[in-house]
Design a protein around this ligand. Structure first.
Ligand code: HEC
Ligand code: HEC
Ligand code: HEC
Ligand code: HEC
Ligand code: HEC
Length: 164
């Protein structure tokens, strides 16, 4: 009898792990952000992702940026209140990043956007139309993807331009 019970317990435990693994890999953003509704208000990408002029990254918006408009309630959406809770606790909203190149790759937003004058859309597609946070990147940013555009635009395709 005993071995059976132990076997059952292990089985249940493994099943539990399995289920957790299956669902746990989908990143869940802390707030159900809607790019489309903000785009329809005429808010520029750069109002929330503002660092590319000087930095290699664009950055995720700080709580204070959201608070500029959401200090008082402007929607009926339950997640709006969460912004004010982060603010009250003095915390930044813990946005999860989907796009992240490996450490051996050098990528600079400043180089592409500020210097070469490229639009966000040419690499990020229609993310501005997303109605809820995507659970995986909209665009697969592989080495081939980088190099194909570099070939087309006659940009540098030396290994050492992108690899450090
Ligand atoms: C009002 C603020 C706001 C505006 C305006 C905005 N974004 Fe965002 N953006 C966010 C937030 C919040 C997230 C994280 C949640 C999500 O993915 O929806 C995000 C996520 C992203 C991501 C994914 C980053 C990652 O690594 O996961 C990209 C790319 C992006 N935005 C590009 C854009 C572009 C391009 C525009 C303009 C068309 C834009 N955003 C306009 C707030 C904004
Ligand atoms: C030439 C292609 C390209 C263009 C143009 C571009 N991006 Fe990106 N973006 C990327 C890549 C590649 C990454 C991943 C970078 C990394 O891993 O460091 C990324 C990451 C991001 C992220 C998440 C990480 C971060 O940088 O904070 C945001 C937000 C983002 N981009 C927004 C924008 C916005 C807004 C614009 C327009 C102002 C823009 N991007 C223009 C290729 C591009
Ligand atoms: C420049 C003003 C402005 C900024 C900055 C801004 N919002 Fe909004 N937001 C609005 C307006 C206006 C609406 C209502 C849009 C509508 O109902 O069509 C809205 C709607 C929303 C909603 C409800 C969406 C829905 O599906 O009904 C959420 C959640 C939200 N914003 C979160 C955020 C977060 C998080 C940030 C910071 C990353 C942010 N907002 C920054 C103006 C802003
Ligand atoms: C849609 C087109 C496009 C994509 C996609 C793209 N780039 Fe670029 N990239 C350019 C252009 C155009 C330049 C030249 C900018 C200039 O110097 O005016 C450039 C320049 C660069 C430079 C500077 C090279 C030098 O020494 O002159 C680096 C590094 C770079 N890109 C890395 C990347 C990486 C890494 C990726 C993929 C994650 C990528 N790029 C994706 C268009 C693109
Ligand atoms: C325009 C930018 C760019 C150039 C030029 C480039 N790479 Fe890459 N490389 C990347 C990016 C982005 C990644 C990570 C994404 C991926 O693995 O597709 C990568 C990944 C790699 C990897 C790791 C692959 C893996 O499976 O983990 C190797 C190895 C590599 N590159 C070698 C090279 C060599 C050798 C050259 C020169 C012939 C080169 N790269 C030129 C952007 C570039």
């Amino acid at each position: 009898m005993k071995p059976f019970l132990i076997g059952l317990a292990i089985g249940v435990f493994l099943l539990f792990l399995f289920i957790n693994f299956g669902s746990g890999f989908r990143p869940e953003q802390p707030i159900s952000f809607n790019h489309k509704k903000h785009q329809e208000q005429g808010i520029e990408c750069t109002a929330c992702h503002s660092y590319f002029n000087e930095q290699t990254f664009s950055g995720m918006p700080k709580t204070g940026v959201c608070m500029e408009c959401h200090k008082d309630s402007v929607t009926k959406h339950p997640d709006e209140e969460k912004i004010r809770q982060f603010q009250k606790k003095g915390e930044e909203i813990s946005w999860i990043r989907l796009y992240r190149q490996p450490d051996h790759v050098f990528f600079s937003h400043s180089r592409h956007v500020a210097l070469a004058g490229m639009e966000c859309k040419s690499c990020h597609g229609d993310i501005g139309q997303s109605e809820k946070p995507p659970s995986k990147p909209w665009v697969k940013m592989t080495m081939k993807w980088c190099m194909d555009c570099h070939t087309k635009t006659k940009a540098n395709n030396d290994c050492l331009a992108c690899h450090i």
